[in-house]
Design a protein around this ligand. Structure first.
Ligand SMILES: [Cu+2]
Length: 68
């Protein structure tokens, strides 16, 4: 299993975190998504077929792009 913490500067409240959790949660292979509106970070755990690339492109699609 892989795990990463991503900074998402546009997160402003708990609803943003919930949206991200819901949208990423629909992706096959996603094991867990946690987020904190105070730090504006999410932590994602995944297995194949999910990949970091797919996670990042989904975040972009839902308008919560991760900072590089
Ligand atoms: Cu919000």
């Amino acid at each position: 299993m892989e795990k990463i913490t991503l900074s998402i500067p546009i997160i402003s409240c708990e609803h943003c975190v919930m949206t991200i959790k819901r949208e990423l949660g629909e992706m096959k292979g996603i094991v867990e998504v946690e987020g904190d509106p105070n730090t504006k970070e999410i932590t994602v755990q995944w297995d194949l077929p999910a990949t970091l690339e797919k996670i990042k492109s989904t975040l972009k699609e839902i308008n919560y792009p991760a900072a590089d």
